[in-house]
Design a protein around this ligand. Structure first.
Ligand code: UTP
Length: 307
């Protein structure tokens, strides 16, 4: 990847993983939401791979209670490796090895109380220091030829400033997202003049929404330090970003790829179908399963699989 020497490189990524994941209860009663499987690996591994492929060198997890499994997932597991070797499971050995993080790359900080995404990012301020950084929400998964963060870093190397990944959402859904007030559109890049967290459809300044990928300048921490509560009584990242606009360049980037909301049950089901279909190991079998469920028997009008 070519690096523009005019802008400080993005070397660190923050993964806020301290949320409660209430939409998946009881599955997330003990297990972190970010460990839910999407195809053959947990959500957190998809997020880490995207960051690693984008050239990120330091991975910062903001964890909380009952989240230890997330760090352990990236450890070397000698007993498991010995067992797989004794059974000659070469393909599995490779898969397990590809989930191991190199020593000295993972950094942990804790959010004692889940006070909101903005607060979770603030908890990483000492580990980030005075340099630009990425934020990846592992429950937003993007299926793309080139990873979304790689695309964003290429854009950042041209523009500098702050870059957020954006996509159009139906107007009736604006109250679920951070929405852009657009100054000007230039191809895939959007100059932003304002941001509103979860606006009612009637008041939404556009239907262009921020999704869970950000490149931010360290000045964001000054605004997050105010601990101002926003929508839902939580300390929102969007509110702190909105305060940076005007002081610093702020761009939306229309990424190539499809985003799946794996923080919701339906989104995770949809993502599993999409990833299962595009995986050469499972694609054809998944296609047949879908056919069985969607074709109906003329007598009952029900699907073959459920009749
Ligand atoms: P969500 O908005 O999906 O919240 O967080 P949640 O608590 O995880 O899930 P629900 O709504 O109760 O089902 C988006 C991301 O931000 C992190 C979450 O772990 C998730 O990766 N987060 C959220 C924190 O780290 N801390 C918080 O206080 C809130």
């Amino acid at each position: 990847m070519t690096e523009n020497k005019a802008f400080k490189p993005v070397r660190k990524a923050v993964f806020p993983v301290a949320g409660l994941g209430t939409r998946f209860l009881p599955a997330t009663k003990v297990m972190p939401k970010e460990m839910l499987p999407l195809n053959d690996r947990p959500l957190i591994q998809h997020a880490w791979e995207e960051a690693r492929d984008a050239g990120i060198a330091e991975f910062i997890f903001v964890t909380g209670r009952q989240k230890e499994m997330l760090e352990e997932h990236f450890d070397h597991q000698p007993e498991l490796m010995r067992l797989l070797e004794s059974r000659n499971k070469t393909d599995m050995i490779e898969k397990v090895q590809s989930s191991e993080m190199q020593e000295g790359k993972l950094f942990l900080t804790r959010q004692a109380k889940p006070l909101g995404l903005g607060h979770a990012v603030w908890c990483a301020r000492k580990l980030v220091g005075d340099e630009p950084f990425a934020v990846i929400l592992p429950d937003d998964v993007i299926l793309a030829d080139k990873g979304c963060l790689s695309q964003m870093i290429e854009t950042y190397n041209d523009t500098g400033g702050n870059v957020v990944a954006v996509m159009d959402v139906p107007r009736e859904d604006t109250a679920k997202y951070g929405i852009l007030d657009i100054k000007e559109e230039k191809g895939k890049n959007v100059d932003i003049k304002g941001l509103v967290e979860k606006p009612d459809p009637a008041n939404a300044p556009s239907t262009l929404s921020i999704i869970g990928r950000y490149i931010l300048q360290p000045e964001i921490f000054t605004h997050l330090s105010c601990f101002e509560k926003g929508a839902g009584g939580e300390i929102q990242l969007t509110d702190a970003m909105a305060k940076l606009i005007g002081d610093q360049p702020f761009h939306g980037y229309r990424f190539d790829g499809t985003r799946y909301d794996c923080g919701s049950r339906l989104g995770l089901i949809e993502a599993n179908i999409a990833f299962g279909l595009q995986d050469p190991e499972t694609g054809e079998a998944v296609r047949q399963i879908i056919r069985r469920f969607t074709e109906t028997t003329p007598e009952t009008g029900k699907s073959h699989a459920l009749a």
